[in-house]
Write a new protein. Structure first.
Length: 276
């Protein structure tokens, strides 16, 4: 679905944003780029929709080199969600969601019907269709952003720290919604974050990056925790904390605690995942 082949990016002045990065992203999976600010996560993501051109190497989307594709058509075929939603403030929620279908020539009635369907999908009441972005909460705006990114039936979704500015409860709700949407639609998702818990929750595969866009390790959450490639990965993902012994304290309602009695979480059955 998406493949990076020995990609590098050097900006004028000599700043190396990405160096010799290779990765295959299978379809119908979520891949997370995890790392601190300035490690090249967003630069790599923006190569997928041709917003950044690599200095060397190539990026393939659906088997075709991005450099050989029409950039406008490519971007319209790929959903893109930003941290602040990137909504048009002067357009209603329905019109924001219908932006790409309308640009592609869809009749207005058809585009609006699609917008209402997507509002259902992302958990927004249809009564909100006529509101404007300023009338919504941060979490609601992000739901609109996800709906707009899916409006043209995109099979690829790029998400650049979309939940980073939200409070923890809203963030957890949207993470659960994203998992449900991915499972329902089979969308291929490339997700950028610096939040380790978020990466572990969402990622089928996680690429840990360090300065210069170098992939230190790619693997599942379990692989990163149990077999970190080096001290950088171990420290970054908290492998030492993951290895510490824990126990269930039944006197405290079944809390999971460490040896010192400090709560570290709770246990629940797999089918008891919270739904927003």
């Amino acid at each position: 679905m998406i493949r990076f082949d020995a990609v590098s990016k050097t900006y004028p002045g000599g700043t190396v944003a990405v160096e010799d990065f290779s990765l295959r992203i299978p379809e119908r999976t979520t891949t997370v780029f995890l790392g601190t600010s300035g490690c090249g996560k967003t630069t790599l993501m923006r190569m997928v929709n041709a917003m950044v051109a690599p200095t060397s190497g190539r990026v393939l989307v659906r088997g075709q080199d991005v450099a050989e594709q029409d950039p406008v058509a490519l971007r319209r075929s790929i959903g893109y969600v930003l941290q602040e939603g990137g909504l048009f403030p002067h357009r209603t929620i329905a019109d924001n969601i219908a932006t790409v279908p309308l640009l592609e020539g869809a009749p207005r009635r058809q585009a609006r019907a699609r917008a209402l369907e997507l509002m259902d999908l992302v958990g927004l009441d249809r009564d909100m269709a006529g509101r404007y972005p300023a009338q919504l909460s941060g979490g609601q705006r992000q739901r609109v952003g996800v709906a707009r990114a899916l409006a043209n039936e995109a099979d690829i979704l790029l998400m650049d720290e979309p939940f980073g500015a939200l409070d923890p409860l809203v963030r957890a709700d949207l993470q659960a919604e994203l998992i449900r949407i991915r499972e329902q639609l089979g969308t291929t998702i490339l997700f950028v974050t610096h939040d380790i818990d978020e990466a572990f929750l969402l990622g089928d595969q996680i690429a840990v990056l360090r300065t210069g866009g170098r992939a230190v390790q790619v693997g599942t959450a379990q692989e990163l925790l149990s077999h970190p490639a080096d001290d950088f990965v171990a420290d970054f993902v908290g492998a030492s904390r993951a290895a510490r012994p824990v126990r269930i304290d039944h006197r405290r309602g079944g809390l999971v605690v460490d040896e010192a009695g400090t709560p570290v979480g709770t246990l629940r059955e797999p089918d008891q995942r919270a739904r927003p």
